[in-house]
Write a protein that binds this ligand. Structure first.
Ligand code: ADP
Length: 675
């Protein structure tokens, strides 16, 4: 049984002169309570009708209606049922209307007494999404349109309409309703007559006041929120302008310390496992002692350890009274903190009265810490708002740090890319020069040989020789490329075994001397290897490669009347140091490291007269590092000769073993490469 006629519309139809008004929900609550209080204040009312939109709204007022029923002759309460609200006759009549009834959209209260009549007949307006901002804001912004009046004529008409609606749901109450209608006498036009309106007015004022307080509170919290947002934004903007972590810490400490008016604000980088840090960035608000350059103990600081453990902010309001009872009441170690400066706990040593530590965390990784100290001032309890602000800044510092880190990585990557690009250009240049030149020589020689069958035997021998030697040059270059790329890719498998070092040297020397047969312009080479050296733990094949390349270079850059010496000695820590020294052209001090770069050649790739690829030393460094040693160059400078040193691990055994299969393999390879 549903009735879709609105009481408000019916009333407006019956009394067309009525003008509606818009009311906020809070105003209707205030007016309703004031009207109900008028009944409770002892006015002898005959009839009270209250229509609630839903059962839950009525529930909040159920007690009040019990009391009202003691004061009024007839009380009717209407609501759309939600749980157990139903049609009942108890202390007062309850009327459960259909949720689809137009009544579900309306808020009515009618009070009719012999000397007092008032009514409130309103319909809820649909709120737009703009009006609602959150659950409670949406509730407060509910709006109603309707009539609120003391005009007895209107009140009686409204009561009549509501009684008719009640009758439809509760026909068994016909007699009671007829009686109620009979009591409606619209002859008295003034609402209060001689009645004291004070309780009504007082109630309204109280509501107004309460509303005002709520507003002030809301404004305050909005203003605080706005202030916080402005501050966070301004600090964030300043921090984000920099990509230098030091600068970020400096600015954040300064701005945050100033904004919160603390005595000291520290921001430092740290990890969970750090035992201490040196303070570098600090804001000092008052004349307290600075902590800059002090060693700040983290390991023994329960506050720091609690932050690390909980991954959240920790604070102490009063370090004197309640030194190490943290904010959630969990007791931690007593104040055993020592900062290493004079043995007293830091709270005491640095006069920290209240202490706040907020971690700078990014993806569960501790990047740093923000510390706020208040010292020697009236006690300062850390407020929720302060905590939120510091946490917001710590988050921003974390983001800025990650950005700075990413930028630094990008810089590194850029440099690597640039280096790669240079390598590529060098590769192209060297390939162009190194491969094209011998190729054209080979081509010219072969063309001449094939086009001139009558060429004298001596000349054709020269042609063949030069084609062969250029083919060899090309082979070496290609081989070096392949070797280096294999080493750099990390795919090389080292076959380490104990070897007598002298035999590796002999293998390398034999390949150099084989060259001497073809070219007797090499300098004099001397080997000074003591016979009592420990065996080396190495890959013979690769070790011979290093020795050959170093000896090759020494001969290449030394005049035939110069000297090349190879020496070896124990260097401690189970290492052997090998030196390949020459009396040749030497290396400038600022080039001692660069010579190991790929394609480095003093004359530049295209002006080289000595041959070679510029890859030899780069290959040596890759091999020596892979074998567990290091390699470096020394020289007195131009024309002062050069010494190439490298280290190589030895084995801790007295056993001297004959060359193994690997050493033999090395021998085979060396003779293959060098002859
Ligand atoms: P290359 O094929 O040019 O010899 P390396 O990588 O072996 O390439 O050597 C790189 C550069 O280091 C040489 O071009 C030369 O300028 C310098 N260098 C290497 N060994 C010596 C040495 N013993 N004396 C002087 N300079 C040397």
């Amino acid at each position: 049984m549903s009735d879709s006629t609105s009481i408000l519309e019916a009333l407006l139809k019956a009394l067309p002169d009525l003008r509606t008004q818009i009311y906020f929900k809070s105003s209707l609550t205030a007016l309703s309570h004031a009207m109900e209080d008028q009944v409770l204040a002892g006015v002898n009312s005959t009839l009270v009708i209250a229509s609630f939109q839903r059962e839950r709204f009525y529930r909040q007022e159920a007690h009040r209606y019990l009391r009202i029923s003691e004061r009024a002759d007839q009380v009717y309460v209407l609501a759309a049922p939600e749980t157990d609200f139903s049609n009942r006759s108890n202390h007062y009549e309850t009327v459960a209307f259909e949720p689809t009834d137009a009544l579900a959209q309306e808020w009515h209260l009618v009070v009719v007494g012999p000397r007092y009549a008032a009514c409130l007949i309103c319909k809820e307006r649909q709120t737009t999404s703009e009006d609602s901002g959150g659950q409670s804001a949406a509730d407060q912004s509910r709006r109603f349109e309707g009539i609120w009046t003391f005009d007895r004529h209107t009140v009686c008409k409204a009561a009549e309409l509501l009684l008719d609606a009640i009758l439809k749901y509760r026909p068994e109450l016909t007699n009671k309703i007829i009686q109620a209608k009979a009591g409606l006498s619209p002859q008295t036009r003034t609402g209060f007559n001689n009645l004291d309106p004070e309780p009504f007015a007082e109630r309204l004022v109280t509501y107004l006041q309460a509303g005002q307080y709520k507003l002030i509170k809301a404004y305050r919290s909005i203003a605080a929120q706005e202030r916080k947002e402005r501050l966070v934004n301004s600090i964030t903007a300043t921090i984000r302008r920099s990509l230098d972590p030091d600068e970020i810490f400096k600015i954040a400490a300064q701005e945050l310390g100033q904004a919160l008016g603390v005595c000291r604000c520290l921001i430092y980088r740290c990890k969970e496992t750090d035992t201490h840090v040196t303070i570098q960035h600090e804001y000092l608000g008052t004349t307290v002692e600075s902590l800059v350059n002090q060693t700040w103990n983290l390991q023994d600081n329960p506050l720091f350890q609690a932050v690390v453990q909980r991954q959240e902010a920790v604070f102490v309001d009063n370090t004197q009274e309640d030194p190490w009872i943290l904010n959630d009441g969990l007791p931690v170690s007593p104040p055993q903190l020592h900062d290493g400066s004079n043995g007293s706990p830091p709270a005491q040593r640095w006069q920290i009265q209240s202490w706040l530590m907020v971690p700078v965390i990014h993806q569960s990784r501790l990047l740093g810490m923000v510390e706020l100290h208040n010292c020697r001032v009236t006690l300062h309890g850390w407020s929720e708002a302060e905590l939120e602000l510091v946490e917001a800044i710590a988050t921003q510092v974390g983001v800025a740090l990650i950005q700075a880190e990413a930028y630094a990585n990008l810089e590194d990557l850029n440099q690597q890319l640039e280096a790669l690009d240079r390598t590529r250009s060098n590769l192209i240049a060297i390939t162009g020069h190194e491969l094209r030149t011998p190729l054209s020589t080979i081509q010219v020689c072969l063309e001449s040989l094939s086009s001139e069958p009558d060429m004298p035997a001596e000349l054709s021998q020269v042609m063949l020789q030069s084609a062969l030697s250029d083919a060899e040059r090309m082979r070496k270059l290609i081989q070096d490329f392949l070797t280096l790329s294999e080493l750099e890719s990390g795919r090389v498998k080292w076959h380490l075994e104990p070897l007598p070092f002298k035999e590796c040297v002999d293998l390398a020397l034999s390949s150099i001397r084989a060259r001497q047969i073809h070219n007797n312009q090499l300098p004099n080479i001397t080997s000074q290897i003591p016979s009592n050296l420990p065996m080396v733990q190495t890959d013979g094949e690769w070790l011979v490669e290093v020795l050959s390349k170093l000896l090759d270079n020494a001969c290449k850059f030394t005049d035939p009347d110069g000297q090349v010496i190879i020496q070896a000695r124990e260097a401690g820590q189970q290492m052997l140091e090998v030196i390949v020294a020459d009396t040749g052209r030497g290396i400038e001090p600022n080039r001692l490291e660069t010579v190991f770069d790929r394609f480095y050649q003093e004359e530049g790739a295209l002006r080289r007269t000595t041959g070679g690829t510029g890859l030899g030393l780069a290959i040596c460094r890759q091999i020596v590092t892979g074998l567990g040693g290091r390699i470096w160059a020394e020289s007195g400078g131009k024309d002062q000769g050069s010494q190439f040193h490298f280290t190589i691990p030895t084995v801790q055994t007295e056993t001297r073993r004959p060359p193994t299969s690997t050493a033999r393999k090395a021998k085979a390879k060396a003779s293959r490469n060098r002859t």
